[in-house]
Design a protein around this ligand. Structure first.
Ligand code: DGY
Length: 432
């Protein structure tokens, strides 16, 4: 086993708590939804029982309406703000009675994560047995999205908070924040006691983040009210691509277990509609890339980020369109003096190579792009993404994010010993 893989296993073992993994010590002391999914993929290589437990624990916190929260606060910790009392998700009548959580979600990764566990497992019978016990919960989560998050019945679901996107402080959201008249709140940040403030969102951005939550809380996290009133309402190509990929995985997994015809048909209907609208509404011919759509202000957000290429992972673009996407990606992000793949357009004046989601390379997006490019046969570029990811981690360690500029890149940024960086490197190393 390679040294990097041994170290990755160590990171995951250290971040394992009682039944779930934290993304990293200090900065993120609870269970995060999309982190958990990615982490389970890494765990599956060396400890399948833990991979299963990671998923079961997350699903145990699912609400009665199928919703899965973005953070499950399993433990007390004063190293994170905003915590469970601030979020007060119990305002929602169907919130979990067992766990404290947030009242927002994160990208729906669980469908494709289950399929990855199936692929990785050496004991297919055992893993199918496990999948049988959880698959309906993941289906219910998709059902929640299509029922509650698609007010115009288009097949595209919205996110109501930038934290739901996972790409928290991307410049993508700047225009929306400019439309919001958020109060100046008084609160004590904890993230900047763990990580240099220059690598984290600003105080003013946090005002906006809290303002959106305040509005949701005022209406007890009611989905209809949020759709009517939230100043932030976005159709995100990354989020919807994850949902579409997970739909496909559920279709294939149901066939392997008991072929639940009704659910498979429903999933297929969602798929057809979602993919069609996705291609019609979110592709920007001028930019040669998929873009976000601001549903509140009814306009596309004309920026290119690494999310713009994530539809490759879900097989959404035609072969022709995939070529256009790759051309855009290589032209904007792919210079030889840059590691692939910056999280925001390096040619934009809004690009910041050290600040969280405003430019740095993230291993989870690299993993999605690696898989997506490979699926379409762009083998050289997918290999480059894999090699760049390994180089960054070998040089600097299992950081949360990295400067894409080769010459200026001296260290990693954000949290260190970051779980999904470790987990997904294990997968990339083992995937030829
Ligand atoms: C944070 O606190 O920065 C998290 O990413 C929110 O999910």
């Amino acid at each position: 086993m390679k040294e990097i893989e041994k170290k990755a296993i160590e990171v995951l073992e250290n971040n394992w708590k009682d039944g779930f993994s934290i993304p990293c010590e200090g900065l993120y002391p609870f269970q995060w939804k999309w982190d958990s999914g990615f982490i389970a993929i890494g765990l599956a290589y060396f400890d399948m029982p833990k991979a299963k437990e990671e998923i079961s624990t997350l699903l145990d916190a699912q609400w009665e309406n199928g919703f899965i929260p973005h953070i499950v606060f399993h433990n007390e910790s004063d190293s994170y703000f905003p915590g469970p009392d601030y979020h007060s998700s119990n305002l929602h009548p169907e919130a979990s009675k067992k766990y404290k959580s947030t009242g927002m979600t994160q990208p729906p990764v669980l469908g494709f994560v289950l399929q990855e566990l199936y692929r990785i497992s050496k004991d297919k019978k055992d893993i199918l047995q496990f999948i049988k016990t959880v698959i309906d919960k993941v289906y219910d989560n998709h059902n929640y999205f299509y029922k509650n998050r698609d007010p115009q019945d288009e097949g595209l679901v919205y996110i109501y908070h930038n934290w739901e996107s996972g790409t928290d402080n991307s410049p993508l959201w700047d225009d929306i924040f400019k439309t919001m008249n958020s109060p100046e709140y008084t609160f004590e940040r904890r993230d900047t006691t763990h990580v240099d403030a220059s690598q984290r969102p600003s105080k003013r951005e946090y005002d906006h983040y809290l303002h959106i939550i305040e509005i949701a809380k005022e209406h007890n996290y009611n989905d209809q009210k949020i759709a009517e009133l939230s100043p932030f309402l976005v159709q995100d190509p990354l989020f919807n691509a994850m949902l579409i990929k997970s739909n496909q995985s559920l279709i294939e997994l149901y066939k392997l277990i008991d072929n639940n015809e009704e659910k498979v048909n429903q999933l297929k209907n969602w798929q057809t509609k979602s993919i069609e609208t996705f291609n019609k509404k979110l592709f920007d011919e001028e930019l040669g890339a998929y873009v976000h759509y601001d549903l509140r202000n009814e306009k596309p957000l004309k920026y290119i980020s690494s999310s713009s290429f994530s539809p490759l992972f879900a097989n959404i673009p035609s072969k022709e369109r995939a070529k256009v996407l790759v051309k855009t990606m290589m032209y904007k992000f792919g210079n030889d003096n840059q590691y692939l793949c910056a999280s925001f357009d390096p040619t934009s004046e809004l690009y910041n190579p050290k600040k969280y989601w405003r430019g740095p390379v993230w291993i989870n997006l690299n993993w999605l792009l690696y898989k997506g490019l490979k699926q379409y046969g762009f083998n050289d570029i997918s290999q480059r993404i894999k090699n760049d990811s390994i180089t960054l981690i070998e040089k600097f360690g299992f950081y949360e994010y990295f400067d894409a500029r080769k010459e200026q890149s001296e260290t990693g940024y954000g949290g260190n010993n970051f779980s999904w960086s470790a987990a997904l490197i294990i997968d990339m190393i083992n995937d030829d």
